[in-house]
Design a protein. Structure first.
Length: 99
């Protein structure tokens, strides 16, 4: 059986995010998902200040990815981002008042 994106994402939705309120897929934390010849590679964006303590999250995501049909290897990395990184803005910036 060939590994596919939908199956991998379905399994990753079982992994709770750092806040334990949502899952890492629906929270938008999974980046650069690549699947080739049964190998799954992706990163998980996490706040820089929490990165050291979120190793269990990385391990849970790896285990979840490996449980998808056709996956024989999973490589998962945590990507630490600073809160002032513009990629982390969830809403569009407000226009400045003119006057």
């Amino acid at each position: 059986m060939t590994a596919n994106r939908d199956d991998v994402l379905r399994q990753l939705r079982r992994v709770k995010g750092p806040d334990l309120e949502g899952n890492i897929v629906d929270l938008g934390l999974v980046d650069d998902l690549l699947i080739r010849d049964g190998e799954v590679i992706f990163s998980i964006r996490v706040p820089a200040q929490l990165a050291p303590q979120l190793e269990p999250l990385r391990g849970a995501a790896e285990k979840a990815a490996l449980s998808a049909p056709g996956v024989t290897r999973a490589v998962v990395v945590l990507t630490a981002v600073r809160s002032d990184d513009p990629r982390e803005r969830r809403t569009a910036p407000r226009p400045e008042a003119k006057g």
